[in-house]
Ligand binder design. Sequence first.
Ligand code: SF4
Length: 297
Amino acid sequence: MKIGIPKGLLYCKYYPFVNNFFSELGAEIITSEDTNREILDLGVKFSVDDACLPVKIFHGHVASIKDKCDFIFIPRFMEVDKGQSICPKFCGLPEMVKNSIPELPQIITEPIYGLNDKKLWEFSRKIGKRLKKDRKSIEKAFIDSLAIQKKFNVGKYDKNYKLKIALVGHPYNIYDNFTNMDIIKKLNKMNIGVVTEEYVEKESIDEEVNKLFKRPFWTFARNSYGFAAHVGEHKKVDGIIYISSFACGIDSVVIELIKDKLNNFPILVLKVDEQTGEAGVETRIEAFTDMLERRCS
Ligand code: SF4
């Protein structure tokens, strides 16, 4: 049994669990390649025009492996944190893909309601049953995969750099080097360190979010706002770069909230879509980092 796993959207955060779980159930894992030009072109070809870049890229990953596997895993995230909502594109992702890409193999779309142990067990049990595995094997695969996932931290916290920048945005923009044009490497080369939201305590994020007149109920909005507000307010970084997907409703609100909160704090917003050119992005990063250096000298 070959199971296709597209390397798009939240794969960057949860692949240790997913890959290990399916492998332990005896499947051969077929992952797509890291995002590249061909995958983006496939995504643009198959998805609807007004989808955001990460959703288009996800379509490209699916299209690139659909003929190589018996099943394809298209996660239907209903929430990632208890009581918080997620962008509706995650809940409807399987339908979007099914209706846009022809001749798919069977798809695995069991909903994921939160990432606590109990909810993940429910999800794993259903998938294991569907793949006709016995309860003991499913339980073992689940426990092992959860342990591997818990040890994994995708975040970045650079030390020993003169200047530090907080990289804010959805995980699939921050950790997909094709989408963000390898921004972390570029900044490090300029001798600038990077910090991501995983290195700020949940309590600090909540504290900032709770100060808002109306609290955002979407997980990504809460995390991006709370992280940026915390590091900006406490001057834990010298500037903020927000990587935003063109046409993302959540980003458009969160960016304004951050600017409103941090007033004159240096913030660069990089909007990315399939037309974004690397040269233009590099120029903007250089201008921004020059400005930060002047401020600090
Ligand atoms: S949150 Fe924004 S970038 Fe992410 S899937 Fe939804 S619309 Fe796209």
